[in-house]
Design a protein around this ligand. Structure first.
Ligand code: SAM
Length: 188
């Protein structure tokens, strides 16, 4: 499937499921590379949430992460089908990100989220972040981009989970411009 066909598939799914896809085009290459650059070197599974057509997945592999270390969680069936074709060595879970603790993962190196967290209800944000930090050992990052002006995770949830946010780069060339954040458990 070509880049143009990817765009067509993405736009079609965005129009059918605006709430869950929540963008009209996939992330730019620069944003995908900026997200991948935040994954620490080392061993262990890397979880990607909401990979869509796999823009960030490709950047993760290009950054040296073995496809066999990737666990992708995606709810959209046409995207899942495409990801299976493109990344046969990755493990693709056709289920919600909120279920990431249910597949036997441990010692996760990073969770890379392409989810539209800001447009999710509070309860779902809570479920996803709680699940992610059950899998992430201290210091391991939850990597999130946002189109909004600040950290997209609400402060009460940050406090409850004991998280600190670090603002990373802004990608002006993305449509719309996006900012990368990393969240880790604060060491007390
Ligand atoms: C904004 S798109 C991002 C796609 C891709 N990561 C990118 O950056 O181009 C959001 C993706 O999250 C998926 N998604 C939405 N809710 C989800 C959930 N609860 N669990 C897993 N994937 C979800 C959508 O189907 C869509 O593929």
């Amino acid at each position: 499937m070509s880049h143009r066909e990817d765009l067509g598939l993405f736009l079609g799914q965005a129009l059918r499921r605006p709430q869950s896809v929540s963008a009209l085009v996939p992330s730019s290459e620069r944003l995908a590379r900026a997200m991948a650059a935040q994954v620490p070197a080392g061993k262990g599974p890397v979880v990607e949430l909401g990979p869509g057509t796999g823009k960030i997945t490709r950047a993760l592999i290009a950054a040296g992460i073995a496809a066999a270390d990737l666990h992708l969680f995606e709810i959209n069936a046409p995207f899942v089908e495409l990801l299976h074709l493109r990344h046969p060595d990755a493990t693709i879970h056709h289920r919600g990100a909120q279920q990431m603790t249910q597949v036997g993962l441990s010692d996760v190196r990073a969770v890379v989220s392409g989810l539209p967290l800001l447009s999710f209800p509070r309860g779902l944000q809570d479920e996803i972040l709680t699940a992610a930090f059950e899998l992430l050992p201290p210091g391991a990052p939850f990597i999130q981009f946002t189109y909004g002006p600040s950290n997209p995770v609400p402060q009460p949830l940050m406090t409850r989970l004991g998280l600190v946010a670090q603002r990373r780069c802004r990608i002006w060339g993305n449509l719309p411009p996006a900012r990368v954040y990393t969240l880790t458990r604060s060491i007390s």
